[in-house]
Design a protein around this ligand. Sequence first.
Ligand code: DON
Length: 317
Amino acid sequence: VQAQNNPIQINKGQEITSEILNRIVEKNRHYTTQGKVADYIPELGKANPSKIGIAVVNAQGKVISSGDVSEKFTIQSISKIIALMIAVQENGEENLYKKLGYFGTDQPFNHFGNLDNNGKPLNPMMNAGAIVTTASIQGEGDLGYQKILAMIRYITKNSAINLNEKVYLSEKETGHRNRGMFHILKNSGLIEGTEDKLDNYFKQCSIEVTAVDLAKIGYFFANNGTRFDGDTTYKNIEIARLIQSQMLTAGMYEFSGEYSRTVGLPSKSGVGGGITVSVPHKMGIGVYSPALDEHGNSLAGYQMIVELSKLYDLSIF
Ligand code: DON
């Protein structure tokens, strides 16, 4: 209780340290009991709601962390930003956005209303737009998924990252809304190809990561596609700007507007309990805590980000 009420104070110009992150974890730990683990994908319902962790990749590319940052969980919707990067690399932004909008939403991530008046998905962050995005990645069978996996392994420099087979099968078996949306979009001519394209979406969501991996992904987009170790193979200012703008507009779904006000940073959440945050031109933040709020965003994760953003004045506004 004491930890909850004690305000954390830092000196001006003080760097983020693991001690500060420890205090942020302890102060926000009580939120883990207030959210609810996602169970609409049955396998996700098995997550331990008491887990909580935060990792930062600072401007020097150094990892600082506290809490359950070695815990693996599925990336879920955070994979949508990686799929978007690859789909834009392959098709160009203009071509891809013939099938997508740049709109925000006031509806949950899997709502059938996330389409504009012409039937185009509002944006690539909601499930409808993400399914179109992944289906736009070239190649037959699971090639689209393999490209997404390879890119996540590259960005994190973690070749051990892999699919959680149980989550994937659970999602495939129960993903009737996504399957329905896939066929609506196919009917509108926005998707070509077989259900393999939908399967790639289920697979990309089932890739297992840690909070540290998410911080590295946040760093990558914050720094125009430069990896945390300085590698510039995929440096691309325009793609980084596009992705961060989409994260800001819709990365937290219908909560994105309020989140822009309270945090002020491009961010993407997943129902596995992760959130990845880009602090433009500076750093990346990754949080994990599987108990979610009513929008499907990690509750304790969000509160830790609010705290860190306020403490270090990270908002872009
Ligand atoms: O398609 C789904 O419903 C999940 N695989 C991903 C949704 C998700 O992560 C929404 N996030 N907060």
